[in-house]
Design a binder for this molecule. Structure first.
Ligand code: NOJ
Ligand code: CA
Length: 530
């Protein structure tokens, strides 16, 4: 089982719109990604996951698909994709696609047909319900705000959309729909893609009886977060269809499946979706939900994950993605923000579980400040100012000091961050102490040592609650990771099994290392020894 490539891998997420614009229309594209394959390979990651590149009206920037078997012209052509896949494979990089099959775009031919009458052959391909205009069938809410039901004048019925109204939910209970969706998965497997990230995979089935979601408190503001959304997610039928999907995908060799499980139930639910026969991985989003920068919070997540997963499933960790504020900014208190980010990167890349890096994290890209007039994200546009949307983490990748950071020669679809002159790839490549080179060193360390990839995780107690330490052990290889979450220098005692000397293999500061189980650490110091 340890031979599964995805257990040994680090996966790099690309948001194609914002990675590299090859034809200077202000939007990133597939040829742009192809131009940067050497950069990606040079980082030392094993695979790329591309956020959606299919044909789309872009109401949710590709998460609203109107043709699953074609590439949106803004990103290129199917020919460009084939070339990209071939080039990536030549370089030893795997390619994972985003499979968005909970919903389609309202411009998908299926939906156009479905909405055309109550009796057409695809009438039942989406979730249509009778009702009275102005009185939605139940209290289900959209993740993007407001009711999840939209009245259709033509059919004089409601349809369900758990996201934007331009993203109608498919009816997985219809066997033809299911067959078509499986065929789409096969289409890409036959092309040779290395796996899929399944968008909101736990939402595929909704309660057949359309029961109301119970509110968390008796009287409460109508807001998605205030409900137990139990009838719109994690239905038992979903796990069954996932098992079927997995069987199909496993009939091809060496592919990976990753689930985006949108849940309040955290680790327990990630485990549920990755039990044997189900998905290979489910993002563990718990780090993203950590509010306070403290060893205690992060350690709690890891130790709970370890307890729940044990050997029964393989964990995975992320610090950020295209839906969440850049973690470097989130944890910044204005001072030593890079140091904090470096500490978290070291943690991410030394834990037991497949890590995901979101593009730009490796150069310390910060959350963009997007004024309302420049807002693009439907979530932000719907919920402003309560929610500022997700544009801040989707700003163009910063390649150099050029006007548009080397992303494009024209004004990009989202503004470039103002720190581009020092936060950019070109500059950081030249600086041995840059964030970029720091990531590269950590990645090469992880590649080199099985202990860091596959080793057991053993927690090491210390006499300072803000110093987080653990061992990773694989056969006779052993690595000790020490992370100082204190903003001060500290001297700590580690509760190690034996008193012995530890050779330093990696560190952020000059240090004597661990001597007699004692170690002196600078603020936010990272120390890895063997
Ligand atoms: C989750 C994706 O990550 C997000 O960007 C998207 O808006 C929703 N799913 C809907 O597809
Ligand atoms: Ca372009």
């Amino acid at each position: 089982m340890n031979n599964n490539w995805w257990k040994n891998a680090v996966i790099y997420q690309i948001y194609p719109r914002s990675f590299k614009d090859s034809n200077n229309d202000g939007i990133g594209d597939l040829k742009g990604i192809a131009l940067k394959l050497d950069y990606i390979k040079g980082l030392g990651v094993d695979a790329i996951w591309l956020s959606p590149i299919y044909k789309s009206p872009m109401k949710d920037f590709g998460y609203d698909v109107s043709d699953y078997c074609d590439i949106d012209p803004i990103f290129g052509s199917i020919d460009d994709f084939d070339k990209l896949l071939e080039q990536a494979h030549k370089k030893g990089l795997r390619v994972i696609l985003d499979m968005v099959i909970n919903h389609t775009s309202d411009q998908h031919p299926w939906f156009k047909e479905s909405r055309s009458s109550r009796t057409n052959p695809k009438a039942d391909w989406y979730i249509w319900v009778d009702g009275e205009k102005g009185i939605p069938p139940n209290n289900w809410l959209s993740y993007f705000g407001g009711s999840a039901w939209e009245w259709d004048e033509n059919r004089k019925q409601y349809y369900l959309h758990l996201f934007a109204k331009e993203q109608p939910d498919l009816n997985w209970r219809n066997p033809e729909v299911k067959r078509e969706l499986f065929n789409i998965v096969k289409f890409w497997l036959d092309k040779g893609v290395d796996g899929f990230r399944f968008d909101v995979v736990n939402l595929f089935y909704k309660d057949a009886k359309l029961r109301n979601n119970p509110p968390k408190k008796k009287k409460t503001e109508i807001d998605f977060e205030n409900y137990y959304n139990v009838f719109t997610r994690d239905r038992p039928e979903t796990l069954l269809v996932i098992e079927e999907l997995q069987e199909l995908i496993e009939s091809y060799r060496d592919r990976v499946t990753i689930g985006e499980v949108a849940t309040d139930l955290g680790v327990i639910q990630y485990f549920e979706y990755t039990k044997p026969g189900r998905l290979n991985l489910a993002f563990n989003f718990e780090f993203k939900d950590v509010e306070k920068f403290s060893a205690k919070s992060f350690k709690e997540v890891v130790e709970f994950t370890e307890k729940v997963f044990e050997d029964a499933a393989w964990p995975s960790y992320v610090l950020g993605n295209h839906d969440s504020a850049r973690f470097i900014s989130k944890f910044s208190d204005g001072k030593l923000e890079e140091e904090r980010a470096r500490l978290l990167a070291a943690m991410l890349l030394t834990l037991r579980g497949t890590p995901f890096i979101y593009m730009g994290e490796e150069i310390g890209m910060r959350e963009g400040e997007i004024p309302f007039e420049k807002l693009q994200d439907p979530l932000g546009l719907n919920l402003w100012p309560k929610h500022k949307g997700r544009d801040g983490c989707r700003t163009p990748m910063q390649w150099d000091e050029g006007d548009y950071a080397g992303f494009s020669t024209v004004e990009p679809w989202l503004p470039v961050n103002s720190d581009k002159n020092h936060v950019n790839v070109k500059r950081q490549e030249k600086d041995p102490d840059s964030m970029l080179n720091y990531y590269k060193k950590l990645l090469s360390l992880r590649r080199k040592y099985n202990a860091l990839k596959l080793g057991d995780y053993i927690s090491i107690e210390t006499d300072n609650p803000e110093v987080y330490a653990y061992l990773r052990v694989f056969e006779d290889e052993r690595k000790l990771v020490i992370l100082n979450f204190n903003a001060e220098s500290v001297k700590v005692k580690l509760n190690l099994p034996k008193e012995e000397k530890h050779n330093i293999v990696f560190g952020t500061h000059r240090t004597k290392g661990v001597i007699n189980n004692l170690v002196e650490l600078d603020p936010f110091e990272v120390l890895i020894s063997e």
